[in-house]
Design a protein around this ligand. Structure first.
Ligand code: NAD
Length: 426
């Protein structure tokens, strides 16, 4: 085990996301006492695929895009993980996110391994036609990697139900059949699950309420700041405010707003829908700087946009008592000890945002059975599953006298270790 070496390395190069995974893995492995033979398996993803995708752009010219898919583990079942479209997408990011999916699925007690994929592109600068051609070219290039019982993508940053529908279409054409279970997060009309679109934000809300209860705080008397107003941030802000939590700050890549009396989240949603899903120009609060949202005078901070936003410096200035990580990897490893010393409870990403993959699993089950549940059934199963996962991690936190983040890793390591040992080796 190389705990010390990895931690130092991460501090030196905060940018490497996979090192951020290994840093926490090493700490959890040491506290839990993970066997070295399991640790070395988890340090290397099972499969990494990189494809070049030549696409005819609307101007008639060919552009070549880079596509990635990394399968970190299939020990506990077919690999599961989203597809991200963005200019930052690269080997390191996809590798880190794939490992987090392994641990997230294990924490959520799902019969899945972990994967992640993405295309380096700027979806905001591309037409719908260009995006469709790119998504379908990516699917065809990875058709032998994906499969309902092999590797199952889902939406992530920059993708949504529309892209999932395109993936099903391209996959169906390659294999000449109907395979709705090859992706989750599809539109409801073609095999998607009710409740999937809002599931990650819902999970953030359920995890927040569970943490507040442990902290003896009344939701009606606390305030929150939510960074990101996309799938996760918007739904988290909406559901938190529905539970009586005063959301005083929201923000996206175009604007960050503060209102001490609480932002009217429904008005913000209406505004964003009419303005290309952005908050620029919304007058429900005063504009503040992006980083001011993270250090705002609120009880709860929900980073639900980007990775690496809570640096050591930002952590020193955070006033919230509770951080619920809607985004993947919003906190750099070097900030962990600062938050711990300040007594801030951090519900880590692999637990806090696992509502999305949990309902993805429900969608996949419904696709297999060809029988569909009501939204109430989905939400109720989701809430039960999220609360159980929360309790499990909380108990491990007490047992191992660790942070919630390390306890979540330990929860996952126990399951993955069992799988690796039970299946044996050759
Ligand atoms: P999205 O594309 O729907 O929304 C991203 C949001 O982040 C947008 O509002 C965007 O404006 C905002 N943003 C981008 N740059 C920003 C900046 N510099 N400052 C502030 N805001 C900025 O993406 P999403 O699906 O909501 O994903 C957000 C995070 O949640 C990602 O880390 C993703 O991996 C994670 N996540 C998503 C899901 C899911 O089901 N969609 C599940 C688990 C985790």
């Amino acid at each position: 085990m190389t705990t010390k070496t990895s931690a130092t390395k991460v501090e030196q190069q905060e940018g490497s996301m996979f090192d951020a995974v290994l840093a926490r893995l090493d700490i959890a492995a040491k506290i839990y006492g993970l066997s070295e033979e399991v640790a070395i398996v988890l340090r290397s993803p099972q499969k990494q695929v990189k494809v070049s995708l030549p696409i005819i752009m609307d101007n008639g010219k060919i552009e070549v895009f880079e596509g990635f898919r990394t399968i970190h583990s299939t020990i506990l079942g077919p690999s599961k993980g989203g597809i991200r479209f963005g200019m930052d997408v690269c080997d390191d990011e996809v590798k880190a996110l794939s490992a987090w999916m392994t641990f997230k699925c294990a924490v959520a007690n799902l019969p899945y391994g972990g994967a992640k994929g993405g295309i380096k592109c700027d979806p905001r600068k591309m037409s719908v036609g260009e995006l469709e051609r790119l998504t379908k070219a990516y699917t065809v290039a990875l058709a032998d990697v994906f499969g309902p019982d092999k590797d199952i993508p889902a939406p992530d940053m920059g993708t949504g139900a529309r892209e999932m529908a395109w993936i099903v279409d391209a996959y169906n054409k390659v294999y000449r059949g109907n395979f709705p279970g090859v992706v989750t997060g599809k539109p409801v009309g073609i095999g998607g699950s009710l409740g999937r679109e809002t599931a990650t934000g819902r999970g953030v809300m359920v995890a927040t309420l569970a943490a507040l209860k442990k902290m003896n705080l009344d939701p009606k008397k606390v305030t929150a700041a939510v960074q990101g107003f996309g799938n996760v941030g918007l739904n988290a802000a909406r559901l938190l405010s529905q539970k009586g939590i005063r959301v005083c700050a929201i923000g996206d890549h175009t604007a960050t707003l503060w209102n001490e009396k609480g932002i009217d989240i429904q008005a913000a949603i209406r505004f964003a829908k009419e303005n290309n899903n952005t908050l620029k120009g919304f007058t429900g609060g005063v504009e503040i700087k992006n980083t001011e949202l993270l250090t705002a005078n609120v009880d709860i901070l929900v980073p639900a946009a980007l990775q690496n936003v809570i640096t050591e410096e930002i952590a020193k200035n955070i006033k919230a008592k509770l951080i619920v990580e809607g985004a993947n990897g919003p906190t750099v490893p070097a900030a962990d000890h600062v938050l711990q010393e300040k007594g801030i409870i951090v519900v880590p990403d692999i637990l806090a945002n696992s509502g999305g993959v949990t309902v993805s699993y429900f969608e996949w089950v419904q696709n297999s059975y060809g029988h569909y549940w009501t939204e109430e059934e989905v939400n109720s199963k989701h809430d039960t599953s999220m609360n159980e996962a929360f309790e499990h991690v909380w108990n491990n936190m007490q047992q191992y006298k660790s942070t919630m983040r390390i306890a979540a890793y330990i929860t996952a390591l126990k399951k993955v270790e069992f799988g690796i040992k039970a299946k044996g080796k050759y």
